[in-house]
Write a protein that binds this ligand. Structure first.
Ligand code: SME
Length: 165
């Protein structure tokens, strides 16, 4: 049984040193990857303007936004995810947590690591809009339940409060 309340306390405590999103999200992914059994990836994608920070684009950005890879634990992952694409882009577009028991049955699932069989994605907010997503993958089917969804939602709310975006 994962103690999500303790994880929220731990990330609050770690963020006392700096509320910059990079160290907070780096430590958040490390905490989750260490504390939750049976994971192969835990990390963040952040909403960014297409073309910012040297991102390679195949055309004019036109003010469009995308999800850009943030701090994570696990194997190297895809760098950009479009709005509405995959589990992460769907969570962003719907502004709703996606709990996926079998990723192979999710239309448009983006397979960054072929070991992944189930996934949960929780949106993070700033200023009333989705600012990014927390993405967690497991090699087990049906790895995440309602308790994980509630605990990770609480963890995401904590991150929203403590990060100086
Ligand atoms: N599976 C995700 C892509 C990110 S990786 O899992 C790290 C998706 O479908 O959006």
């Amino acid at each position: 049984m994962v103690d999500y309340a303790l994880l929220c306390e731990q990330i609050r405590s770690l963020a006392e040193a700096s509320a910059d999103p990079v160290p907070v999200l780096a430590n958040a992914s490390a905490l989750l990857y260490d504390a939750l059994p049976d994971l192969n990836w835990a990390g963040f994608y952040l909403v960014r303007n297409v073309g910012d920070m040297g991102a390679v684009t195949d055309g004019a950005a036109n003010g469009a936004q995308e999800l850009l890879l943030g701090p994570f634990q696990g194997k190297p992952a895809c760098v950009q995810i479009a709005y509405g694409k995959g589990v992460c882009g769907t969570a962003w577009a719907a502004d709703a947590t996606q709990l996926v028991p079998n990723v192979h049955e999710f239309p448009g699932h983006i397979a960054c690591d072929s070991a992944s069989n189930s996934e949960i994605v929780v949106p993070l907010h700033h200023g009333g809009a989705v600012a990014g997503v927390l993405d967690i993958d497991s090699p087990l089917f049906d790895r995440f339940n309602a308790a994980d969804r509630d605990g990770l939602t609480c963890f995401a709310r904590t991150l929203e409060q403590i990060i100086l975006w």
